[in-house]
Design a protein around this ligand. Structure first.
Ligand SMILES: [Fe+2]
Length: 222
């Protein structure tokens, strides 16, 4: 009788930043980015891998693991898995070159918000008014655009028909070294200088095609 190979839990890697640490200065300092990616994000990924190993999870994408963790109310696994995902999505939501909405996304913004300036106002107000830690998102949902904020590790991609287009981290660790308590200025600067409209356009296209869009890199084992 042949032995069954031992099942291995998936192991996820910390995705590299899509730019150099100093590329987003002065809006976002290399120091903040180094700590945020190399300490905070890395810790979520490390803890996620430890929890997956302890529970001997079978192979899944991170998206599937987040959905399972939420459905089973496995809080620590959900928090670390979703924060691993949210941060990787956040890095993609920024670019070193300033950009603006274009094409079908620009048309949708016009239709749903009236103007990009009105969307900016809604996004910044949602992030500034969010109590405590969390995220502010621009999402496409059932053919419309919405600004939403989520608490702690909560993530909108789990909601049926929702595709995130951009997110900004409003946990204090995202901005405190550069902006201290001034979250509205962080959001305004982020919106004007860093928002990656090319990535948002790809995500919007995916939502229109009902395809999943961006996903976290698959596990290296498991
Ligand atoms: Fe963060």
């Amino acid at each position: 009788m042949s032995e069954q190979p031992e099942r291995m839990a998936p192991v996820f890697e910390l995705p590299p930043l899509p730019y150099d640490l100093a590329d987003l200065e002065p809006t976002l300092s290399a120091r903040t980015l180094a700590v945020h990616h190399g300490k905070h994000h890395a810790r979520y990924v490390d803890t996620l891998n430890r929890l997956l190993a302890e529970e001997n999870f079978s192979a899944h994408s991170l998206e599937e693991i987040i959905a399972i963790a939420r459905a089973s109310e496995t809080t620590a696994l959900f928090n670390n898995a979703a924060q691993a995902w949210n941060h990787a999505f956040f890095w993609e939501s920024m670019a070193k070159a300033r950009s603006a909405p274009s094409g079908p996304l620009a048309e949708a913004i016009q239709a749903h918000f009236g103007s990009t300036a009105a969307l900016a106002e809604a996004f910044i107000a949602a992030g500034a008014g969010h109590f405590g830690s969390g995220w502010v998102w621009l999402i496409a949902r059932h053919g419309t655009l919405e600004v939403v904020s989520t608490h702690d590790a909560a993530t909108p991609f789990l909601e049926e028909g929702s595709t995130p287009l951009l997110t900004c981290d409003v946990w204090e660790h995202a901005y405190y070294l550069d902006y201290q308590q001034d979250r509205p200025n962080w959001l305004k600067s982020w919106w004007e200088e860093l928002a990656n409209w090319s990535f948002a356009a790809q995500q919007f296209e995916a939502s229109r095609n009902r395809s999943p869009g961006w996903h976290y890199p698959l596990p290296i084992t498991g």
